[in-house]
Design a protein around this ligand. Structure first.
Ligand SMILES: Cc1cc2nc3c(=O)[nH]c(=O)nc-3n(C[C@H](O)[C@H](O)[C@H](O)COP(=O)(O)O)c2cc1C
Length: 387
């Protein structure tokens, strides 16, 4: 039996005292009301993970303005006072269970599948996301062609992140995570494929950080120094998970340093496998090559401060969670947590974990479909010692 003690040790993230190292990964569920307000089912849904002993929950990606940020139908927003108010019961329910809740702020950019505010889709440069829209979020066919976002729209997008972060703080959230991963707008600005601009927002790898840095700075100004702020980063996108950042470890380290220095308290790195080498193709014959270490290890080398590192990807057993903590401070769990809302409790009691089944998210990734799947398969989300 694996010794899981390390999973249940405390950790301090910025100002936050966390009772263990287990984090719920952000997962879009397209279950909000049409106007982006929280649906009451979502209160129970998030409460359940805190009751199941995840010490920190990251919400699904929330859109940040009433312009171009929305990506999905029935995606929750955090752009207005009404949306802010609708999150308060979720925050309260999670806190009542002793959990902490971070709002993930997201602008979909070229990966927009549905936006009730705008017909057009924008990206750093004119571009189209590869592959097909995600059917489990209600899309079908190729992604739309995104046009180049204008200077004033860039400022509007940055202001949206800042407003949304302020709304998060006022609503009682314990921090915000900027979604810089999986091919959404922040990631698009970093990417040489989506960002071919030759103005102040584009250029070489360092120049392409201008937008994420501006977002971090203006969010920091909006929420103050004592409010936990992080960024999620990945190499791959939702439709191209195996993409790799150009430039290997040196470029990655420079990127981490610039972002952290702009005012982050945590970095959340996600990929297919927490233990995978970051740049296997770039590795030379030297087995100790830095390219073969994980992205989390590489970011650790770039950190002069003691910011918190969260790692995520493919953790579906206590063994993998314990191993993930060799690379990072906290481990975030996605699909396996969906199958087991009480993942930490089950692991603590050494009871079995229900394997994730993609049918839980079919035909749509909604809470209602998850519930139908549970009833049909007699798999409770929170087993209360019965399994
Ligand atoms: C249904 C679903 C929705 C997701 N939505 C988001 C999201 O809103 N924001 C995000 O950063 N990642 C999102 N992800 C990615 C997960 O956070 C996580 O990175 C991924 O599932 C890999 O971790 P896992 O192997 O533990 O599942 C989603 C994943 C799933 C399965």
């Amino acid at each position: 039996m694996t010794d899981t003690k390390t999973l249940f040790t405390a950790h301090t993230l910025g100002e936050l005292e966390l009772r263990n190292r287990l984090v719920l990964a952000p997962m879009t569920r397209t279950s909000a009301q049409e106007d982006g307000l929280v649906h009451f089912d979502m209160v129970d849904y998030y409460r359940d993970f805190a009751r199941g002993d995840f010490s920190l929950l990251v919400t699904e990606g929330l859109y940040t303005d009433e312009a171009f940020s929305q990506g999905y139908a029935n995606q929750p927003g955090l752009a207005t006072q009404a949306q802010q108010d609708s999150w308060r019961p979720v925050v309260e329910a999670v806190h009542q269970q002793g959990g902490r809740l971070i709002a993930q702020l997201m602008h979909a950019g070229a990966q927009t599948q549905h936006n009730r505010f705008k017909d057009e889709v924008v990206a750093p440069s004119e571009s189209r996301a590869s592959g097909e829209m995600l059917s489990f979020y209600g899309g079908s066919g190729p992604f739309p062609l995104a046009r180049e976002i204008s200077e004033s729209e860039i400022h509007e997008a940055i202001a949206g992140f800042a407003t949304s972060a302020r709304l998060a703080r006022e609503a009682g959230f314990d921090g915000v995570e900027l979604h810089g991963a999986n091919g959404y707008l922040i990631h698009q600005f970093i990417s040489e494929r989506f960002n071919q601009r030759d103005d102040a927002w584009g250029g070489d790898a360092t120049a392409r950080l201008a937008f994420p840095l501006a977002v971090i700075r203006s969010v920091r100004e909006a929420v103050g120094d004592d409010f936990p702020l992080g960024m999620r980063l990945s190499q791959g996108t939702v439709t191209e998970p195996d993409l790799r950042w150009a430039g290997g470890p040196d470029a990655a380290r420079a990127r981490f340093s610039h972002l952290i220095e702009a005012g982050l308290d945590f970095l959340h790195l996600t990929g297919g496998d927490v233990a995978a080498p970051a740049f296997p193709e770039a590795a030379n014959a030297d087995e100790r090559s830095l390219s073969l270490t994980t992205l989390a290890d590489q970011s650790r080398k770039a950190l002069e401060s003691d910011i918190t590192l969260i790692t995520n990807g493919g953790v579906d057993s206590p063994e993998k969670a314990v191993a993930a903590l060799e690379h990072a401070d906290l481990v975030a769990i996605g699909r396996s947590a969906l199958a087991n809302h009480d993942w930490p409790k089950r692991v603590k009691r050494d009871t079995c974990l229900t394997p994730f089944d993609f049918a839980m998210l079919s035909p749509l990734a909604t809470l209602a479909n998850e519930e139908d799947w549970r009833i049909a398969n007699d798999k409770p989300a929170n087993c209360e010692g019965r399994c």
